[in-house]
Design a protein around this ligand. Structure first.
Ligand code: ADP
Ligand code: MG
Ligand code: MG
Length: 887
């Protein structure tokens, strides 16, 4: 029979770090630390699958009860204490812990096993009645809140009243007697609210807590977190039962959290916070302001030495930055948790590169450690140097990036306003897991309390969202939906700008500027002067060594082409020509062409457009010297170029020498019921071949001119919206004739390719035939998704969110390529196309080209390249490397 309970402690453990699926992250690492000889209080872990079993049956199996009883008696033996023993009681914590860390999602219960009898035993054994009653008070409060649903603020009220009537300035000044009477009041409160007595039987307490952990798997905040982070809902959570160690036994005790390196910058220094004479979550809760970890050297010297040695050992063992929790009980150090620490992208880059230099990991490990989507963060904007604003307050820089938004003081309001398309900054005293949806909705998070390891800081960093925490100058009034800083009052809806990199808070909507990496890319700063760019570049160079897929960019102008090249683009996968017709007097020539009565009139207008197009292409060839450039022929329906009524129409009619009625007739004639499926793409070039001819001539003339200037040109001409090979054959003939003419007249040869976009299901279905006329296929996955699903992307906003909410679709198919349907068509087209034309070049130019999961699909389907917007090029390069390393 498969076991369900795994013990650890006293130098041996049943589990290892590799058993996260069974033991959860926390349990697996508690076992691993035990195996390493790191001091961990003994305990045991209930396997995660028991959570799903319980949730399915709503009852605990007899087998599990037996296994837990056995593990508990071993724990009693090892500690020499007994659970529920009035003279020397064993106390435990009950902690959740899923395979994937879900910060702050499920509450831990400490000091379980205390009751009116055992509290006396604890007082006697510790010779410290105050400590015993304080622990009991915390336990009743936590247990009643988490397991019995008594609101925590009811306890806080009683506590505050007790402080008031006894004249205690803080909780720490409450006497044993005061705490004892407080516990009595707590018991009455529980009875009054729930109609039941607080459970005194430790076994009842234990199982109540275990079941509560299991049930917490289905809490809204947990479900939300899993949805946002794509964590499977059927993993379940393990439950860890750990014998208590006490950081609140006096001034030789304490508790803290630390990172083996700086999670914000990545600097190689031990970084953390601790509190003397405190327990559990006091540090992260931000109730007392913790001390920097270095001060532990004076306060708890022996334990500090041991902590330094232990954190180093853990990092060497796990070969990654660790986030650790520890407690010191009367000078003795215990580790309660270690896990891979969350970090900002700049920190992730620095840590990975440093660890390569330290010989801890290989360059390939470093590449694998940076998630493609994370790169957005080093491309983030920062507040513009020209903004010359004075901050109204400064807090801790918990997560970088600059963001502006309207202040809101409530997570529900944040969510509502964001749904209306507003930018909001969530301002809170401190955040709790209940605020999660508000953090998701906000552009940035600002809290008045809490340190760099507080809930807000950890969650925002994980999401790559700007956050400032511990901004003590803020006085927040939740009721009035406002905050005060000095004599400034900010009410809901007023704009704030946050600089998460420096912790500065500004009034108003300040201008932001590109990050250091972006400034190098834009050529404003030299690489030598930009250490963060150098790290980015070093990692990307390693990634390039590992990938097989080429990465191109979708750009329409020489300027964007240069930026794309600096981002590492290896060509242009999509240059749209229609944008070129909108600028200045081009639109007039374009309109003349559209309203012309006959071919002659059209040709006269096209002759005006030709030199302008040629100049555009020449600039692009120059910027892409030595790299392929895919140019798509005119694609949108012609009516998009015409004004629709009003003054502009009158002016146009006048300038074209038409009456308004005549112009109106042209416009009406072009109106379509469904333009997306109408007269567009190659259908334009088939009805008006002179358009294709002009574009082809402009391309070839530009190519010859550029080539004469020593530029290596590689044009690839792409025919859009083909559904049958005959269309491509028709267009190809025009293009080839233009090539012959231009090259004949100019006397120079240029190598070029002619291919097509595969963006209609019929094109994919007849790819074998289409390939006979194509040198390349480029999958236009935006249109292919629209036409395969039979839904218009512009209208999908009304119903697609419902599909996602209800899980009818796993992802938005316009963001993540629908592998099942659209992907099937693509795979088939690639296979059939290459059967006809071996070596057929294959790429993708839809927005999916910059989405990591879609890039993986392209890699696996044997594509030659992906093409995406310039900003996504680094993301695609890294995703391509990950895909290659995974296969
Ligand atoms: P989280 O997942 O929210 O970090 P944990 O289970 O790690 O929850 O526990 C919350 C706090 O309680 C941490 O500060 C942890 O160190 C402390 N803690 C948990 N178990 C014990 C124990 N057996 N003895 C002392 N402190 C504990
Ligand atoms: Mg917790
Ligand atoms: Mg923890």
């Amino acid at each position: 029979m498969q076991r369900s309970v795994y013990s650890f402690g006293n130098g041996r453990a049943d589990g290892t770090r590799d058993m996260k699926r069974t033991l959860g992250g926390k349990g697996a690492n508690l076992a691993e630390m035990t195996n390493l000889g790191v001091p961990v209080p003994p305990g045991f872990t209930i396997a995660a699958d028991q959570c799903m079993t319980y949730l399915a049956n709503s009852q605990v199996t007899e087998e599990l009860r037996q296994e837990v009883a056995t593990a508990l008696s071993q724990l009693e033996e090892a500690s020499g204490k007994r659970f529920g023993d009035a003279s020397n009681p064993l106390l435990v914590s009950v902690r959740s812990g899923a395979a994937v860390s879900m910060p702050g999602m499920m509450e831990t219960i400490l000091n379980l096993g205390l009751n009116d009898a055992t509290v006396a035993g604890l007082a006697a054994a510790s010779s410290n009645p105050r400590f015993a009653w304080d622990s009991y008070r915390r336990f009743v409060q936590m247990y009643s809140d988490v397991v019995m649903g008594v609101p925590i603020h009811r306890f806080e009220q009683l506590l505050a009243t007790k402080r008031l009537v006894t004249g205690a300035a803080s909780d720490a000044e409450l006497s044993a007697e005061a705490l004892q009477s407080l516990v009595g009041e707590y018991h009455q409160l529980v009875h009054a609210v729930t109609g039941q007595p607080f459970p005194h039987d430790p076994q009842v307490q234990l199982w109540g807590a275990i079941e509560a952990v299991w049930q917490s798997w289905t809490l809204k905040k947990a479900v939300d977190y899993r949805r946002v982070n794509s964590i499977a809902h059927d993993l379940g959570t393990a439950v860890n039962i750990v014998s208590m160690v006490f950081g609140n036994m006096g001034d030789d005790s304490g508790t803290g959290v630390a990172f083996t390196r700086d999670p914000s910058t990545g600097e190689h220094r031990f970084y953390g916070e601790f509190l003397v004479n405190a327990q559990g979550e006091d540090v992260v809760a931000g109730i007392r302001t913790p001390l920097p970890i270095e001060e532990m050297a004076q306060r708890l010297p022996g334990a500090y030495e041991q902590l330094l040695e232990t954190q180093h050992r853990l990092e060497q063992h796990f070969r990654d930055m660790q986030d650790i929790e520890f407690t010191v009980e009367r000078g003795k150090l215990y580790l309660l948790q270690t896990r891979t620490g969350k970090r900002t992208t700049p920190a992730a880059l620095r840590i990975a590169l440093d660890m390569v230099d330290e010989g801890l990991i290989t360059p390939r490990d470093a590449v694998k450690r940076i998630q493609p989507a994370q790169l957005d963060q080093v491309l983030h904007r920062v507040i513009a140097a020209t903004a010359h604003a004075t901050p109204i307050a400064v807090g801790l820089p918990a997560s970088p990036g600059a963001a502006s938004g309207m202040a809101v003081f409530d997570p529900d309001v944040a969510e509502q306003r964001a749904q209306r398309g507003e930018q909001v900054v969530l301002v809170r005293e401190e955040t709790t897991p209940e605020d999660f949806h508000g953090i998701v909705a906000a552009r940035a998070v600002l809290t008045a309390r809490g340190g760099m390891t507080s809930h807000a800081a950890v969650v925002a960093r994980g999401m790559g969202k700007c956050a400032i925490v511990g901004c003590a100058a803020l006085e927040i009034s939740h009721e009035q939906r406002s905050m005060k800083v000095g004599d400034v009052t900010v009410t809901e809806g007023e704009w704030l700008t946050l600089d998460g990199g420096t912790g500065r808070v500004f009034l108003g909507d300040l201008p932001t500027q590109p990050s250091e990496v972006m400034r190098v890319i834009n050529g404003v700063v030299a690489p030598e002067d930009a250490p963060s760019y150098q790290r980015f570049h070093r990692l990307m160079t390693w990634a390039d060594e590992d990938r097989r897929l080429r990465v191109r960019a979708n750009v329409d102008t020489p300027r964007d082409a240069r930026v794309a090249r600096n981002f590492g683009a290896e060509g242009i996968g999509l240059c749209r020509t229609e944008h070129m017709f909108f600028e200045g007097d081009r639109i007039t020539a374009m309109r003349e062409m559209i309203v012309a009565r006959d071919e002659g009139g059209r040709r006269r207008a096209l002759d005006k457009l030709l030199p302008m197009q040629r100049a555009d292409f020449e600039g692009i060839f120059q910027a892409m010297d030595g790299l392929p450039v895919t140019i798509r022929l005119l694609d949108p329906p012609l009516h998009e170029f015409l004004p629709h009524g009003g003054e502009e129409s009158s002016l146009l009619a006048a300038s074209l020498g038409l009456s308004r009625q005549e112009l109106q007739r042209v416009v009406s004639a072009l109106r379509e019921t469904n333009p997306m499926l109408g007269h567009r793409g190659c259908r334009l070039g088939i009805v008006f071949p002179e358009i294709t001819e002009m574009q082809a001539r402009a391309i070839f003339e530009a190519a010859v001119r550029a080539q004469r200037r020593g530029i290596d040109v590689r044009p690839e001409i792409m025919v859009p919206l083909v559904s049958d090979v005959s269309e491509l054959r028709h267009q190809r003939a025009i293009i080839e004739r233009a090539a012959e003419q231009v090259m004949g007249v100019m006397g120079d040869q240029v190598q070029y390719l002619v291919g097509t976009m595969i963006e209609l299901p019929r094109a994919a279905l007849t790819a074998d035939e289409i390939a006979t006329e194509a040198d390349f296929f480029s999958f236009g996955t935006n249109d292919l998704t629209q036409t395969t699903f039979g839904l218009s992307r512009d209208d999908a906003g009304r119903f697609l969110p419902h599909y996602l909410d209800r899980g009818l679709l796993p992802d938005d198919p316009f963001q993540v390529l629908d592998v099942k349907g659209v992907g099937k068509l693509i795979r088939m087209a690639v296979r059939d196309g290459r059967d006809t034309t071996p070596g057929l070049k294959v790429g993708i130019c839809g927005e999916h080209g910059g989405d990591p999961r879609s890039v993986t699909f392209c890699h696996e389907s044997g594509f030659d390249y992906v093409s995406c917007s310039p900003f996504r090029v680094p993301v695609a390069r890294l995703a391509a490397a990950h895909a290659a390393l995974a296969s």
